[in-house]
Design a protein around this ligand. Structure first.
Ligand code: NAD
Length: 476
């Protein structure tokens, strides 16, 4: 089948990312060599290692791809999934480069993948796989606070990050900055408050920005603001759960949730926390009280809603189901959920796509804060909290004296408060998502030929990366 860009057949995930790059590059005048340098993966490390499991010895395949060395360290999550492949990890690493540039996080992009289904292994086996994979990264100098810093992604969490840190620290006794070799760690292991929910919170901030402007909502037939919007979420994992939760708190109605085992819908709304508790108890979201079961999970994506949030894996909206998607906005919480062909179909239908490369950047933003915390060896807010509190207190006393009006103890506690770590993290995340959206939006509106937010985001990212090379004198 011939596609709009002249290629035949469906593109691979990596080709799809490069298609977005090439679309953006048409609006830029950099020399071809510079664009090729930005777009190419700098280092690709493939590894195979044996592991003894209950089922006998298995050879496990893993990858770590450093897409760009224009800044150090490289940064990107580690994915555990049976479908992980080299081209998938390359695509995800490339997205990380553009993502970090968009949100002004000073890292090159990277990604890791281990080709396993974590559900098939015991905790003990997963620990052995994680530690061995980390040892392989150490052997080739593919991990370190100033080299390459992994984080959680699909199929991994703080638990795996703690094992990675512990393995790295054992191989580098006395390295004072060892904790900064990985982010997304539990708090007790040097993690930062707010990292677990950061990607989902960032998705919410990004959606809020995109839906704020009445002029942008008019073409999709929606009123401005998130309140009362109907939302369907695919994937109730880390990103999907938190994105749904924050949207619900902002007044959205979650009318559908799709998971591995099936989907549930309820036009009156589903309580996200209750669905999660139900799944934890029964191992399934199906049969949630008051909801209709949809045994074929992908069918949930085709139900009527204002906002569809795919938060599972790539290639979920394809040429096959795109014509049936009824959502007015698709908010890409997952990486690469829309194939190239599907994107053209949705664009022709006038669907507003908020691209992954921007929308799920909250995770790496807060990972950056964790990395800074690890390198500074001090909890965020520790130095200033008391000082700010007493300064606010003095201001309040002065205002009370001058106005002859007093505050209650509760009011005083609320106003005269220094920022905790979680306050600083959330405020830094909000600021980052707002600023990045405005920069992307400016690129979109600056030229009527720029077709969509994704192209605008890539233009913004390429410009920021190109500067690094140009100012180094490598390219004119
Ligand atoms: P996760 O493993 O915590 O959750 C993913 C969920 O999706 C699981 O509950 C899984 O059962 C479900 N799922 C898988 N296939 C499905 C399908 N076909 N239909 C319905 N549900 C399905 O993973 P996560 O960390 O939430 O990552 C989700 C996506 O977000 C990935 O694309 C990842 O790359 C991206 N992302 C994650 C982070 C992060 O901080 N974790 C940051 C940026 C981007």
């Amino acid at each position: 089948m011939s596609q709009a860009d002249g290629t035949n057949g469906p593109l691979s995930f990596f080709e799809n990312v490069n298609r977005s790059f090439d679309r953006a590059a048409r609006f830029l005048t950099y020399p071809e060599g510079l664009l090729t340098q930005i777009r190419t993966c700098n280092s690709v490390y493939a590894v195979q290692f044996p592991i003894r499991t209950r089922h006998g010895y298995e050879v496990i395949a893993g990858w770590r791809v450093q897409h760009s060395h224009h800044k150090a360290p490289c940064k990107g999550g580690i994915r555990y999934a049976p479908v992980v492949s080299e081209q998938e990890v390359q695509a995800l690493a490339a997205l990380m480069t553009y993502k970090c540039a968009l949100v002004d996080v000073p890292f090159g992009g990277a990604k890791g993948g281990v080709q396993i289904d974590p559900k098939r292994y015991s905790v003990d086996e997963l620990e052995r796989i994680t530690r061995r994979y980390t040892a392989e990264l150490i052997k080739k100098n593919f991990i370190g606070p100033g080299i390459d810093v992994p984080a959680p992604d699909y199929g991994t969490s703080g638990r795996e990050m703690a094992w990675i840190f512990d393995t790295y620290a054992s191989f580098h006794p006395g390295q004072i900055d060892a904790a900064a070799c990985v982010t997304g760690k539990p708090i007790s292991q040097g993690g930062v408050q707010g990292r677990v929910e950061a990607t989902g919170r960032g998705v919410y901030f990004g959606l809020r920005e995109a839906c704020e402007n009445a002029e942008d909502m008019k073409p999709v037939g929606l009123s401005p603001g998130l309140a009362d919007k109907t939302v369907i979420v695919q994937g109730l994992g880390n990103v999907g759960y938190h994105a749904a939760k924050f949207c619900q708190e902002a007044g959205c109605r979650i009318v559908g949730i799709a998971e591995y085992e099936g989907g549930i819908v309820n036009a009156r709304g589903l309580d996200v926390d209750a669905v999660r508790a139900h799944r934890a108890q029964t191992q399934s979201i199906l049969d949630f009280p008051g909801a209709e079961n949809v045994p074929q999970s992908p069918a949930v994506l085709e139900r009527a809603c204002d906002i569809l949030i795919p938060a599972a894996l790539e290639n979920q909206i394809t040429a096959t189901n795109a014509p049936r998607i009824q959502a007015k906005i698709v908010a890409e919480a997952a990486n690469g959920p829309i194939t190239a062909q599907a994107e053209d179909i949705l664009a022709a239908k006038g669907v507003l796509i908020i691209p992954d490369v921007y929308l799920n950047a909250g995770g790496v933003t807060v990972s950056y804060f964790e990395w800074l915390k690890n390198l500074s060896h001090v909890q965020l807010g520790r130095m200033g909290k008391r000082f700010d509190q007493s300064a606010f207190d003095k201001i309040l006393h002065t205002v009370e004296r001058l106005t002859d009006k007093g505050l209650s103890e509760g009011e005083r506690r609320e106003v005269a408060r220094g920022a905790d770590e979680i306050d600083l993290v959330n405020s830094g995340l909000e600021e980052t998502m707002i600023t990045a959206y405005r920069q992307i939006y400016e690129e979109w509106r600056a030229d009527t030929q720029v077709p969509d937010l994704r192209t605008a985001a890539f233009i913004s990212a390429i410009k920021k990366i190109a500067v690094s090379y140009i100012e180094l004198g490598i390219f004119p």
